[in-house]
Design a protein around this ligand. Sequence first.
Ligand SMILES: C[S@@+](CC[C@H](N)C(=O)[O-])C[C@H]1O[C@@H](n2cnc3c(N)ncnc32)[C@H](O)[C@@H]1O
Length: 196
Amino acid sequence: MEELPRLLKEQYDLIIFSNVLNELFIGEDNRVSRRIPLVGNILRTLLADDGSCIIIEPALRETSRDLLTLRDGLLRERLHLFSPCMTGDRCPALDNPRDWCHEDLLWEPSERIREIDRRIGLRKDSLKFSYLVLRKDALTLAGVLPERSCRVVSEPLVSRGKIELFLCGPAGRRLVTRLDKERTAENEVFGELRRE
Ligand SMILES: C[S@@+](CC[C@H](N)C(=O)[O-])C[C@H]1O[C@@H](n2cnc3c(N)ncnc32)[C@H](O)[C@@H]1O
């Protein structure tokens, strides 16, 4: 992979790293600090000025935290984060070693996948993964959404008399609570919010 910038002579509108970066320098303590310049160099050399790079990694704590650390490193390499984050600041999930960030999308498997799942006894109603979309220009998802927009970065945490969610956005990562006794028609939607 390191050779790609030397081997390829043109630029691309879309570059995808899908479940591959976690295999680079696997098990090495400095694996992420070796991945940052490698990916940075590939994108600087091969990504079109208005192109996008999608990085997808498994939604496990270690691989996701490595991706979040890579995120911060690539931002220092003056790449820009289009999505999913609503902020280009340092990733707040890295503050707590127990935290990580992933998507959980409901999906309808095709009949072929369903047949494979049946045979191997696997049930997969949703797709969990961690991802980033990076660009060279400053276009961002946050830029087209209302100011102070946040992402839901946790499952609903339902406990006695309240429901809580972790949100992440310009103000950082915050736990937001709605007490059942304060439930109204206006904040009804809070109960329907889900990890995106
Ligand atoms: C888990 S598979 C992912 C396959 C596919 N991209 C996906 O998302 O399903 C990891 C892939 O990374 C490739 N890979 C691992 N180290 C690599 C390296 N240094 N350079 C290029 N490819 C590498 C492996 O050959 C393998 O195809």
